[in-house]
Design a protein around this ligand. Sequence first.
Ligand SMILES: Nc1ncnc2c1ncn2[C@@H]1O[C@H](COP(=O)(O)OP(=O)(O)OP(=O)(O)O)[C@@H](O)[C@H]1O
Ligand SMILES: [Mg+2]
Length: 126
Amino acid sequence: MKIAELKDVYYKYPDGTEALKGISLAVNDREVLCMFGPNGAGKSTVLLMLDALIFPQKGTVRLFGSEVDPKNASELRKKIGLLFQNPDDMLFNPTVLEEVSFGLISRGWRERKPREKLRKSSRKWD
Ligand SMILES: Nc1ncnc2c1ncn2[C@@H]1O[C@H](COP(=O)(O)OP(=O)(O)OP(=O)(O)O)[C@@H](O)[C@H]1O
Ligand SMILES: [Mg+2]
């Protein structure tokens, strides 16, 4: 089963940089895919697209069988984990508890719930 598919995808950043010009790829369930290429080739841009954080100007992106668009992106994103190249882009809270709560809270959990849940998972908090 294909979990991700890019078909003839084009992407231009707002400043006009053409990062992807007609990229196609498919990722199957349980498959490990390694992408390599020179700096600026477009690897990170493909990953942003596979996390439904950016959308192609031309071509299609399908995740878990659904064609991605800004309306279903946040729902699809719940099933995807993305580690950024630069850790400073991901770690920005003053404490570990706030850091690991951030994702749950931004998904609409009320603040008390993730904190309680995380406290229960370790006696070392606070
Ligand atoms: N936010 C941005 N705004 C404008 N252009 C960008 C942006 N991010 C990347 N680019 C440009 O898009 C192209 C593809 O960049 P991308 O970061 O996807 O490459 P990469 O293969 O991940 O490179 P690296 O190996 O350095 O991580 C490059 O020309 C880059 O300069
Ligand atoms: Mg990169």
